[in-house]
Unconditional design. Structure first.
Length: 317
């Protein structure tokens, strides 16, 4: 991973921003190549831990240059002023991609359905990249369409997909697996994490894969909501209420009110299974629905692993 002199890049053009910084498209002047740079401002307390963690994980993953993991080319640091105040910036330099999967769905598949062959193509690549992460003991912990980048064209299939944004990722601790539950964007967060469970493994990512697959299939966010109890109710409405045994196994005492509220809001509503949520499709896929149903298993240890998905007939080319 190269340490760049920031003067080798032009001023750049804004692409997007998030909680952790601003992303711009820049020209690397010596090579004439366009790159994406994530600019992260920090103060006198030092470089944010998530930046260091993302750089460390990507440095580890990029050693083998996996085709479905975004490539971190290097980094640089600058000092300057913003809004009249002195500030420091660290820039992470990445291979430039065209857009993210969420933007792709919004711009192309809100009025029509994404073809099954294309869903299969993206799921295959996601499973390939995620299997590589998990085999390297890396949990992503924030998989969502916004963090899956697309570029180029594979004739007859779709675009190249790369997993990005490892700011919430971490290496697995195989001793006690006791992690923070303040991870994963809410609509893609497994019910056990919403309920405060901390001793998770790669199953945390596999629930998110199910959400992403369903979103490609229906063009809608599957478990939308701004509050934890709302998202949990939406899970219950698809899967049914998991019952007291589930509560005893996964509920943390700090989340008891969320469990109570979600249970009351659900109130034995008749569940609407996955298969009935894509009624506008002419090309429904029982194989895809079956895979998503397994990924939405309440028991995270029973969810298929990324490697299991790769052996499914549905994902074979």
């Amino acid at each position: 991973m190269e340490k760049f002199d920031p003067v080798v890049f032009d001023e750049g053009h804004y692409i997007g921003s998030g909680a952790y910084g601003t992303v711009k498209k820049h020209l690397h002047k010596p090579s004439g190549t366009n790159v994406a740079i994530k600019h992260c401002i920090y103060d006198d307390t030092g470089i944010p831990y998530w930046v260091l963690r993302e750089m460390h994980l990507l440095q580890l993953l990029c050693i083998q240059n996996h085709p479905n993991i975004v490539k971190l080319l290097g980094w640089f640091m600058t000092s300057g002023h913003e809004n009249g105040e002195e500030c420091n910036t660290i820039g992470m330099v990445f291979t430039l991609m065209d857009f993210d999967l969420r933007k792709y769905i919004i711009e192309n598949y809100m009025e029509k359905c994404m073809p099954i062959y294309e869903i299969k193509h993206y799921m295959r690549q996601l499973a390939e990249g995620l299997d590589f992460c998990h085999s390297s003991n890396v949990l992503h912990r924030d998989l969502k369409p916004n963090n899956l980048l697309l570029s180029g064209i594979v004739p007859g299939y779709g675009r190249v997909l790369k997993i990005a944004d490892f700011g919430l990722g971490r290496l697995e601790n195989n001793v006690d697996n006791d992690y923070t539950n303040r991870v994963v964007t809410l609509s893609y967060r497994g019910p056990e994490i919403i309920l405060g469970y901390r001793k998770y493994d790669c199953g945390i990512d596999m629930w998110s894969v199910g959400c992403i697959a369903m979103e490609m299939y229906t063009s809608k966010i599957t478990f939308g909501g701004c509050e934890e109890e709302t998202v949990l109710v939406n899970v219950f409405k698809m899967k049914g209420h998991p019952g007291e045994d589930y509560k005893k196994r996964f509920l943390h005492k700090s989340k008891i009110e969320i469990w109570i509220q979600a249970t009351q809001l659900y109130n034995n509503t008749i569940a609407l299974p996955i298969k009935k949520r894509a009624i506008n499709r002419d090309d429904s896929s029982d194989e895809l629905v079956s895979i998503v149903d397994m990924l939405f298993d309440y028991d995270p240890s029973s969810r298929p692993k990324a490697r299991d998905l790769l052996s499914c007939d549905f994902l074979r080319y």
